[in-house]
Design a protein around this ligand. Structure first.
Ligand SMILES: Nc1nc2c(ncn2[C@@H]2O[C@H](COP(=O)(O)OP(=O)(O)O)[C@@H](O)[C@H]2O)c(=O)[nH]1
Ligand SMILES: [Mg+2]
Length: 230
């Protein structure tokens, strides 16, 4: 099973070293999509890729956004002949030891879920819980979906599915991308299996979640719903 782990990075120098070390146990190739992080994340990745040919760096010119980082990563996976991708954050929030479980589920789309039985989040302030639960409740209800965690960035996806949902045409910039990707997959008849994870908030660096990303995700859900009814 030829799998590419795709990790988008923006200013993750303090985290990427530990993450790459913990991923060395897996046989999958790794692609870091870095947006010219001013903190020197790319140099750190290069240090690793010189020692380990499975680690590759895609350096982009500037902060082009999370969604386009995923899209470029997916295109690389497809052109490189990979059958599956795994997406994960660089800030050690997603437990690498659960990768095996995601891949073992034998599905085209498996997500590491914080909102199914056994799932958990540690280290979040109250407002992040409200925001994330609220966003998931809103998206799930408006779009009539059964899945609990539509915004998880820890995913195992077949490249055949990505082609079928025309991932290059997804319209969102930030976290909305994850909702839109899951929505399109479900509309195409795929089911998304949710495996419980413990999400641990980052200890180093800062979150890139901003107001505009939240507003975008809110409007995206309305737009997807409107497209269904008109
Ligand atoms: N390449 C790239 N990566 C990004 C961008 N914004 C966020 N990321 C990465 O996406 C992942 C999730 O971002 P994070 O700020 O931790 O979001 P949070 O966990 O919701 O607070 C991390 O690995 C970030 O480095 C971006 O504009 N470009
Ligand atoms: Mg994070």
């Amino acid at each position: 099973m030829k799998t590419l782990i795709i990790i988008p990075t923006y200013n993750e120098k303090e985290n990427i070293e530990r993450l790459l070390e913990s991923l060395s146990a897996f046989s999958a190739d790794i692609l870091i999509v870095d947006d010219n992080s001013p903190d020197g994340t790319a140099e750190m990745v290069n240090k690793f890729s010189r020692k380990d040919s499975r680690i590759k760096l895609l350096s982009r010119q500037g902060k082009l956004g999370l969604a386009s980082a995923y899209i470029e990563g997916f295109s690389r996976a497809i052109s490189g002949g990979y059958e599956y991708v795994i997406t994960m954050d660089a800030d050690l929030s997603h437990p690498p030891e659960l990768i095996a479980e995601l891949t073992r589920a034998g599905e085209s789309f498996v997500t590491g879920s914080r909102y199914v039985k056994g799932g958990k989040i540690t280290g979040w302030p109250f407002y992040r819980h409200i925001l994330s639960r609220g966003a998931n409740f809103y998206a799930r209800t408006v779009l009539g979906l059964k899945n609990r965690d539509l915004t998880s960035g820890f995913n195992f996806i077949s490249t055949a599915l990505l082609k079928e949902i025309e991932y290059q045409k997804l319209s969102s910039e930030g976290y909305g991308f994850l909702i839109e990707m899951k929505y399109r997959a479900i509309k195409k008849g795929f089911s998304i299996k949710e495996i419980p994870i413990t999400f641990t908030e980052r200890k180093n660096g800062s979150s890139k979640l901003g107001k505009s990303i939240i507003v975008e995700a809110f409007l995206l859900v309305l737009r997807l719903k409107l497209n269904e009814v008109i």
